[in-house]
Design a protein around this ligand. Structure first.
Ligand code: UD1
Ligand code: CA
Length: 456
């Protein structure tokens, strides 16, 4: 049985926030969600989150995951005391019962590193350690003459010789569950900080003759903790650089990996180009050869191969086919479904509307609650008047229709196949197929009219 205990009781004073620290985000996801997802990726049988400060908010934030266990630590008397609060919830079935301790404010530890930790654990204890040129503040890994780990000594308790040790405790460890429980019960707080140190279980394991092994994180960012907004911003950028590196490795061109932000899951086909300043949120899929111009925001969208999204476009919950052209300055809102080879140009807003193959709305239009067929041309300034102040109504425009500029379609209304609407039409009744429909005051020229002249 694999138990994972996530320590998340700390206040995070230095964040200067009324939100619990572990609910602050990295890449659009709370730090605690990162850690929980990591625990799930490791196929943990049981996840216990130790909460304290802002416990209700933390529990509320994960209400959609009813299998998560919570233990409350009040007051916070140290990391050992924190794990002790979870002891009753740790599960054992006699087969490889292991407990891993993770920190809610160390969000980016990767599954491979945790797997390495489990591999190192064997029947004993394993600690994730690393070497730091400046180990100040960290617990030091103390080894005996044979080089075996014999204790972890906290910085504040360490002798000058111990402080010279550069191998540090990242805080993440794995231990056999039954023994861990007995060790935690024996912890005392007579140390420099008057806390119950989780790290004291290392000495106890050694005293019982258990092997203590170490594993190392795959990358430095994995064990970085967040205690302040500055550290949060630093970790965010490190993580974005890592996400950028993975895209580059997979064959995506990024104009500048340092100006690339993914807050969700971005999947790209081959030869995608992404310019600077784009933000990808939720689930975004870009087909092969897609071009995304500078400063676009894409949230929960699927873009077909070969489509170009020109700069400053905002796409939210939309689907676009292949070889389409979107933007610059286009806005696709939820329910926009654009078929292959569609063109949507500058200052065009499309919401809950389908645009058929080869149809175009190139300039300044609002298309809402509409079904638009194939090869339709929507002129500049066209507006579907979909809302009567109470209800929404649909506009239907059939294949090959031509909508003249500055037309208002007062829904519900239908434009027949191949129909033409003259510029400036306010369409309040259906337009028949293949005919010109126009609503427009007749043009007049007044003979002999003179501009007024200024009185003296
Ligand atoms: C701990 C380790 C130290 C290690 C360092 C790595 C101990 C005694 N020391 O030190 O060896 O080098 O992490 O960053 O374990 N927490 C609770 N309840 C508590 C205390 C802490 O939930 O009562 C949580 C905190 O919210 C945080 C984590 O545990 O997420 C670590 O606590 P922190 O106070 O930062 O530990 P350190 O003293 O830095
Ligand atoms: Ca710390």
């Amino acid at each position: 049985m694999l138990n994972i205990v996530i320590l998340a009781a700390g206040q995070g004073k230095r964040m200067q926030s009324n939100r619990p620290k572990v609910l602050h985000t990295i890449a659009g996801r709370s730090m605690l969600a990162h850690v929980i997802n990591g625990a799930r990726a490791l196929a943990a049988d049981n996840i216990v989150v130790v909460v304290g400060h802002g416990a209700e908010y933390v529990q509320q934030a994960f209400a959609a995951q009813p299998d998560l266990q919570f233990a409350t630590q009040q007051p916070q008397l140290g990391t050992g005391h924190a794990v002790l609060q979870a002891v009753q919830q740790l599960k054992e079935d006699g087969r490889d019962d292991v407990t891993i301790v993770l920190y809610g404010d160390v969000p980016l530890v990767q599954t491979a590193s945790l797997q390495a930790l489990l591999d190192a654990q064997g029947q004993g204890v394993a600690v994730l350690t690393e070497y730091l040129s400046d180990p100040t503040g960290y617990g030091r890994i103390v080894r005996d003459a044979q080089g075996k780990v014999c204790a972890i000594v906290e910085h504040k308790d360490a002798s000058p010789e111990q402080r010279a040790i550069t191998e540090v405790n990242t805080g993440i460890l794995a231990a056999p569950t039954a023994q861990l429980k007995t060790w935690l019960a024996k912890l005392t707080n007579n140390n420099a900080q008057g806390e119950y140190y989780l790290t004291d279980v290392i000495g106890m394991a050694v005293a019982e003759g258990l092997a203590v092994n170490v594993a190392h994180p795959g990358a430095a960012y994995e064990t970085l903790g967040v205690n302040s907004r500055a550290q949060q911003a630093q970790l965010e950028r490190l993580w974005q650089l890592e996400l950028a590196r993975r895209q580059l490795e997979a064959g995506v061109t990024l104009a500048d990996p340092a100006r690339f932000d993914v807050r969700g899951n971005l999947t790209c086909g081959q030869d995608v180009f992404i310019d600077i300043g784009c933000v990808f949120e939720g689930t975004v899929e870009l087909g092969a050869g897609v071009y995304v111009g500078a400063h676009c925001v894409l949230r929960d969208v699927t873009i077909g191969a070969g489509t170009r999204i020109e700069p400053f476009s905002h796409l939210d919950q939309a689907v676009v086919g292949v070889d389409a052209k979107i933007g610059p300055y286009a806005r696709l809102r939820p329910g926009a479904a654009l078929a292959d080879r569609t063109h949507v140009g500058n200052f065009v807003e499309i919401k809950n509307a389908r645009l058929g193959v080869d149809s175009k709305a190139n300039h300044l239009a609002y298309i809402g609650d509409a079904d638009i067929g194939e090869r339709v041309n929507i002129g500049a300034g066209t507006i579907t008047c979909n809302y009567d102040g109470v209800n929404k109504h649909r506009t239907v425009i059939e294949d090959d229709a031509f909508i003249g500029s500055d037309t208002q379609l007062v829904a519900p209304v239908r434009v027949g196949r191949g129909a033409t609407l003259g510029a400036g039409t306010t369409l309040t009744h259906d337009a028949p197929p293949e005919k010109l429909t126009v609503s427009r005051a007749k043009q007049l020229t007044i003979e002999g009219w003179k501009r007024p002249v200024k009185k003296v």
